[in-house]
Write a new protein. Structure first.
Length: 560
C-alpha cells in the first residue's frame, strides 16, 4: 500500500459524473445509494461511502437512497437497522422519503429469476456446497459443468417453485446463473443466485425460505430504484461483469452503471466487520460504541464531530489506489473543528492541593473567563477562587531541570485568569510523597498580569478545591500498538494496545460543568479535548472521555 498525499482530495467519480452530465447520460440525472447490510454497526470505512454517495448527490442536485441489503436473515437484526439510520443522520445526511430494503423487492427478484430460467440462462443445481466449490475450479484451472446444468427449463421451473414452497432442506438445491464455467473471471462461472435458508426474516417473517445473493440483488435493486451511479468498494470490481450480465439479460426499468473506489484503510485500527464483531464478542472492548472502536457510534461517544468526519472523508479523496491513511489525519480534522467549536474549561486530572497562605480562608472570589478566546459571541463564565486550589501534579517539581517554567520551590507562576503565586513550602505525607504545596499570591496581579511588568513564563490551569466537581475521566489511546495490525500474517489480536484506556476517577473539574449535557465537547485547557459521555454522564458524577490530545503525541513517539 502507498501513503496518499492529503489535501488535494482526488475524486475520479466526481469527474465521471461531470462527464455524464455534460453528455446527457442518464438523462442528466444523478441518483446514488448507500446500501449497508444490517449485520453490524457502521464504521469509518462506511463513513467514506456515506459521504461519497450522499455528498455527490447533494453536490450535483441529485438524490441518494438509503437501502438495506437484508438478504441474509441469519445475521441481520432490527437493532442494526436502527443504529445505521441513526449514524447516517448523525453524519448530517437525509434520505428524505427514500428508505428502501432489498426485501421490498423479493417478489420482483423472484420474478427476474424465473425469467432467467425461462430463457435457459439459470438452472437449479443439486450439488453440495463443497462440490460446487470443487467444480468451480481455481484461478489457474477452469471449472467443470455441473451434471445438473442440462436440466430442462420445465424441470428447473418446477424445482425452483418447490424451493420457494419450502419442500427442500437448507443446502439441498441452489439456483445458478448459466454463464461460462471456463471464464477466466471465477465470479462468472455459473454464480449462485438463490439459496435455501429456513430462517425468519426481520421484515418478511417466514414468507420466504429462499433468499437471493448479493450479486443478484444489488444490480436489480439499483435498476428498480433508477440508480444512475452505483458506487462500490474495490473488491467488487471483479463482480462488475456479473452486475452487467444480469442487467443485460433482464428487462429492467433502468440501466445503472457500477464504479469502484478503494476502501478506507486506517492506521492503528481494523475496519473489517468480522474483526470488529470479534473484538466485541471476545470482550476486548465494551460493546460496539466503546470509544476505542472505529464504529461511528464509538467515535461519536468519544467526542468526534460529524463535521470533522465529513472533512476527513473529503481530504483523503476517492481513488482506485489501495492506500493506508495515518490516523493523525483524522485526529487533526477533529482538532481543527473542536478548536473552533469547543468551549474552554479547566479540569485537573491528577490533583495536587495548593494552599494559598496569605489569601483569606473565608473568602471566595468570582473571576471571569471567556468560553472561547477567539469567539466573544460565546460569552464567558465565572470561576470561583479561594485559598485552596488544585493544580496538576506534573506541574510541580522540587528539583526542576533547566527550561521547566512551571511551579517549583521559590518559583512564581501565573494561575490562568487569576493571580501570580509563588511556592514557599512543600508538605509530604507519611510515605514521603508530596501531598500539598504552601504558596503565597500577589493580590496586585488579579487577572494574571503583574502591574510592575515583571515577566512570568509559566501559566497553570487550576480549579477551586472547595467548589470543584469530582469527575471520572477516561483517557483513550489507539486501539492497536502498530499501524497495520494484520501485517505479517500473525495473530492480529496480539497487536492490541494494552494501554488503550486509562480511567482516572478522582479528577477535579470546574463547577460550570455540572450543567453540561451528554455529548457536549470541551477543551480542557492545556490538556486536550474531552466529551461528556453520552451513556454514563450524570450531573452528580460527571464522566468525560478524552477525544484527542492538543497535539499529535504519537507522531513524537514514532520519531523517537
Amino acid at each position: 500500500m502507498t501513503a496518499i498525499e492529503v489535501g488535494k482530495a482526488p475524486n475520479f467519480i466526481r469527474r465521471i459524473i461531470e462527464d455524464d452530465l455534460r453528455n446527457g447520460t442518464h438523462g442528466g440525472r444523478v441518483h446514488t445509494r448507500f446500501p449497508p447490510e444490517p449485520n453490524g454497526y457502521l464504521h469509518l470505512g462506511h463513513a467514506k461511502s456515506i459521504c461519497l454517495n450522499f455528498g455527490l448527490a447533494a453536490e450535483f442536485k441529485g438524490k441518494c437512497n438509503l437501502r438495506f441489503d437484508d438478504t441474509n436473515p441469519e445475521t441481520e437484526e432490527v437493532e442494526y437497522v436502527e443504529s445505521i439510520e441513526e449514524d447516517v443522520r448523525w453524519l448530517g445526511f437525509d434520505w428524505e422519503d427514500r428508505l428502501y430494503f432489498a426485501s421490498d423487492y423479493f417478489d420482483q427478484l423472484y420474478g427476474y429469476a424465473v425469467d432467467l430460467i425461462r430463457q435457459g440462462k439459470a438452472y437449479v443445481d443439486s450439488l453440495s456446497g463443497d462440490q460446487i466449490r470443487e467444480y468451480r475450479g481455481t484461478l489457474t484451472e477452469p471449472g467443470r459443468d455441473s451434471p445438473y446444468r442440462k436440466r430442462s427449463v420445465e424441470e428447473n421451473l418446477a424445482l425452483f417453485e418447490r424451493m420457494r414452497n419450502g419442500e427442500f432442506a437448507d443446502g439441498e438445491h441452489v439456483l445458478r446463473a448459466k454463464i461460462d464455467m471456463q471464464s477466466p473471471n471465477i465470479n462468472m462461472r455459473d454464480p449462485v443466485l438463490y439459496r435455501i435458508r429456513h430462517a425468519t426474516h426481520h421484515r418478511t417473517g417466514d414468507k420466504w425460505c429462499i433468499y437471493p445473493l448479493y450479486d443478484f440483488t444489488h444490480c436489480l435493486s439499483d435498476a428498480i430504484e433508477h440508480i444512475t451511479h452505483s458506487i462500490c468498494t474495490l473488491e467488487f470490481e471483479d463482480h462488475r461483469p456479473l452486475y452487467d450480465w444480469c442487467l443485460d439479460n433482464l428487462n429492467t426499468p433502468s440501466r445503472p452503471r457500477q464504479y469502484e473506489f478503494a476502501r478506507l484503510n486506517l492506521d492503528y485500527t481494523v475496519l473489517s466487520k468480522r474483526r470488529l464483531i470479534e473484538l466485541v464478542s471476545a470482550g476486548h472492548v465494551k460493546g460496539w460504541d466503546d470509544p476505542r472502536m472505529p464504529t461511528l457510534s464509538g467515535i461519536r461517544r468519544r467526542g468526534h464531530t460529524p463535521e470533522a468526519i465529513r472533512d476527513f472523508c473529503e481530504r483523503i479523496g476517492v481513488t482506485k489506489a489501495d492506500t493506508r491513511i495515518d490516523l493523525g489525519v483524522l485526529e487533526n480534522c477533529v482538532r481543527e473543528h473542536l478548536g473552533q467549536a469547543a468551549m474552554r474549561v479547566m479540569g485537573v486530572l491528577d490533583p495536587l492541593r495548593v494552599v494559598i497562605e496569605n489569601y483569606d480562608s473565608g473568602r471566595t472570589e468570582d473571576l471571569s473567563a471567556p468560553n472561547h478566546p477567539q469567539r466573544p459571541e460565546l460569552g464567558g463564565r465565572t470561576l470561583p477562587f479561594c485559598n485552596e486550589i488544585y493544580i496538576e501534579r506534573e506541574d510541580f517539581m522540587e528539583d526542576p531541570p533547566k527550561g521547566f517554567f512551571r511551579l517549583a520551590p521559590g518559583c512564581e507562576v501565573r494561575l490562568r485568569y487569576a493571580y501570580l503565586i509563588t511556592c514557599r513550602d512543600v508538605v509530604r505525607d507519611a510515605s514521603g510523597k508530596v501531598a500539598e504545596l504552601r504558596c503565597t499570591f500577589d493580590p496586585a496581579t488579579r487577572g494574571g498580569d503583574a502591574p510592575d511588568g515583571r515577566k512570568v513564563k509559566g501559566t497553570l490551569h487550576w480549579v477551586s478545591a472547595r467548589h470543584a466537581l469530582t469527575a471520572e475521566v477516561r483517557l483513550y489511546d489507539r486501539l492497536f500498538s502498530v499501524p497495520d495490525p494484520d501485517a505479517g500474517g500473525g495473530d492480529w489480536r496480539a497487536n492490541l494496545n494494552p494501554h488503550s484506556v486509562t480511567v482516572l476517577d478522582r479528577c477535579r473539574v470546574e463547577p460550570s460543568l455540572s450543567h453540561a449535557r451528554p455529548e457536549a465537547r470541551f477543551q480542557f485547557e492545556r490538556l486536550g479535548y474531552f466529551c461528556a459521555d453520552r451513556r454514563d454522564w450524570s450531573p452528580d458524577r460527571p464522566v468525560f472521555n478524552r477525544t484527542v490530545t492538543l497535539r499529535d503525541t504519537w507522531a513524537k513517539k514514532a520519531n523517537r
